[in-house]
Design a protein around this ligand. Structure first.
Ligand SMILES: C[S@@+](CC[C@H](N)C(=O)[O-])C[C@H]1O[C@@H](n2cnc3c(N)ncnc32)[C@H](O)[C@@H]1O
Length: 606
């Protein structure tokens, strides 16, 4: 059996702290690069690894676990693929050495290198979040294990010069231990010779990786990161970890019985029926079937959109599933008609649907503008589509934030979603459509007249600017910021939500996209909330009629206020997302700088 390693904190670590210096990869293979030795990134990475390192008798290469036995001992697809790839790799090595045939020893080394890459490689993302290649890092990073409730995350940086001001806080705060053993910490010299750390001003190829705390970590506690998407329910996480790494995750979140609140919500389906009690979902058979069918419906709509690219069809299909659920008779469940199975609004499929809907409505809005920018009706349509896109972005951020309250390791996803909602809302306030309300209603020409840049009720923007300068956010400050943010955002959302969702059936059924607190107790409810808000900013879009000048004036007045509120809501979401991004990725990260740029830009407008 191979010895397993883990990394533990060597000191108490607060959230938002870099816990490694920038690390340089042992091997990096960009996608679609002519520099790649082989078209398959895994093979290229393995070959680069083998050019500088030899596997040892323990089955490790460059200190990295290969899991050779676990990955190749079954007669399954994965082991067949590894063997075929290893043949190709060994043939390449033989060619480079001038041999005609690879020998058994080279073949064995190729298998170990490939398994080490499958076990340790990470996908590298550029500043825009695009996957640009595959890299393997040394033991400082690769000995960090997975948890579904991790206390750390990592980011990539592409600058080759690391000025001391940028990385003054970067010191190594973790050390290796033998896993599940009382044995002492591993000797420094054995695991790290310093070649992993990027040195100031040093030019070397490939991205640097920095590990950062997203929770407080006590000295001696194991440091963990996520190998899989944490917004998936337990069964999917477990199945992905097994098929890729061949281990069963026994972290606290996975071992919780009953399931944690978050895992419960992520797979929740509600049932309503005339002749069937809600308890039928307790039957694993029915639950699996319903799950599979709803999964297929959502996945089909999303994959079709991604391949064929028709956003309108995609919106229709996804909204149909969200509104109607599954209500046809289920095979193998005789005599039980009229059952209606609905996705819970926090179900992971609903979250996937909101993500895609926000993007598809945005694409539809820009398509509509680009084709008919002069035509009034199409400007109105584009405005409505942007409004709905912003509403879905807000719903996505609000619903994942609710889960984040129970599972703090969801912070990176939540940061992205709040920033996305912020950008989407701010871009809505820039629509030329707003000036139409002014024209018709004859209110002051400087529409947006009620807008102030800084919120009078919170200091979020000042806090963000201080954090951008200082770098770190302490746990206690973060709690205060979050409370301030939620108070303001709930308040503003109540004022604009009905304006944002006006005319859209599914979104209208959601009474509050931020407050999900009562949701889990309202079982079998067809709607997404329990609060009813009466909102003055409800406006209809029938302003073309000449008989309703008065109504139009009112509409213009409310539109002006709605726009100011949407602007404030957008700023709050953007800045809070920026603060979460500083926690996850640091104040000098691309995302934090991106938020600052938008903020400066918006301020110059007001
Ligand atoms: C990148 S390595 C992590 C370091 C590894 N433990 C070592 O000894 O080098 C990934 C491998 O570690 C093991 N591993 C990581 N997280 C685990 C977990 N939560 N439970 C069980 N095994 C885990 C699995 O074998 C996985 O394929």
């Amino acid at each position: 059996m191979e010895i397993e390693m883990e990394m533990r904190a060597t000191e108490d670590i607060d959230i938002s702290t870099d816990i490694t210096p920038p690390l340089i990869p042992l091997s990096f293979s960009p996608f679609n690069s002519s520099l790649n030795i082989h078209p398959s990134p895994d093979l290229s990475t393995s070959l680069r690894l083998l050019l500088h390192h030899r596997p040892t008798l323990t089955g490790r290469i460059a200190g990295l676990l290969s899991n050779r036995h676990k990955l190749t001992s079954q007669n399954d697809q994965l082991s067949h693929r590894i063997r075929a790839d290893a043949q190709a790799l060994a043939a390449e090595i033989a060619k480079q050495c001038g041999d005609t045939e690879p020998n058994d020893c080279v073949l064995e080394e190729a298998i170990v290198a490939l398994c080490a890459v499958l076990t340790n490689a990470v996908e590298v993302q550029d500043n825009e979040g695009r996957n640009i290649g595959v890299a393997v890092f040394g033991s400082t990073f690769s000995w960090i294990n997975h948890s579904c409730s991790p206390n750390a995350c990592y980011r990539f940086t592409f600058s080759s010069s690391h000025s001391s001001s940028n990385y003054s806080e970067s010191k190594l705060r973790i050390a290796p231990f033998f896993r599940n053993s009382q044995q002492a910490q591993v000797d420094d010299g054995v695991w790290c010779d310093g070649s992993e750390f990027a040195k100031e001003g040093e030019q070397s190829y490939g991205p640097r990786l920095i590990v950062r705390s997203i929770k407080r970590i006590k000295k001696g506690e194991e440091v963990t990161v996520a190998y899989t998407d944490l917004l998936q329910p337990k069964a999917i996480r477990q199945s992905e970890l097994w098929s890729k790494y061949r281990f069963n995750c026994c972290c606290k979140r996975c071992s919780a019985l009953p399931f944690t609140y978050v895992d419960h919500a992520l797979q929740e389906i509600s049932v309503s029926s005339h002749d069937l009690s809600g308890s039928c979902l307790n039957s694993n058979f029915i639950r699996d079937m319903v799950d599979r069918r709803l999964n297929e419906d959502i996945d089909d709509a999303i994959s079709e959109y991604l391949s064929v690219g028709d956003p309108e069809t995609c919106c229709k299909k996804l909204e149909k599933v969200l509104i109607q659920g599954l209500n046809d008779q289920l095979e193998g469940f005789e005599g039980k008609s009229n059952s209606k199975f609905m996705l819970h609004p926090l179900n992971h499929l609903s979250l996937n649907a909101y993500t895609t809907l926000a993007s598809a409505y945005k694409v539809r809005a820009s398509n509509s503008l680009s084709v008919h920018s002069e035509v009034d009706q199409n400007q109105l349509e584009a405005f409505d589509l942007s409004r709905i896109s912003a509403a879905y972005s807000l719903l996505l951020a609000g619903s994942t934030h609710h889960l984040f309250n129970y599972e703090p390791s969801l912070i990176a996803s939540v940061a992205n979603f709040w920033m996305g909602a912020g950008e989407s809302l701010l871009s809505l306030t820039r629509s030329s459509r707003w000036s139409e309300f002014v024209k018709v209603g004859e209110v002051a020409s400087d529409l947006f007249s009620v807008t102030k840049f800084k919120c009078s009720k919170c200091s979020l923007i000042d806090r963000f600017r201080t954090c951008i300068l200082n770098g770190q956010i302490r746990s206690a400050d973060f709690e205060n910021m979050s409370n301030e943010f939620l108070r303001c955002v709930s308040d503003i959302t109540q004022k604009v939500w009905s304006f944002l969702v006006n005319g859209y059936h599914f979104l209208k059924s959601c009474k509050d996209p931020i407050d999900f607190s009562l949701l889990m107790s309202t079982k079998n409810s067809g709607t997404m909330g329990v609060k009813a808000h009466v909102n003055k900013t409800d406006i209809s879009y029938s302003h073309g009629s000449e008989n309703c000048v008065q109504i139009c004036k009112e509409q213009a007045y409310y539109a002006d206020h709605a726009r100011a509120n949407i602007f404030q809501l957008g700023l709050h979401c953007l800045v809070y997302g920026g603060l979460l991004a500083i926690i996850c990725y640091g104040h000098n990260s691309h995302l934090a700088c991106h938020v600052q740029t938008i903020l400066d830009h918006e301020e110059s407008f007001v």
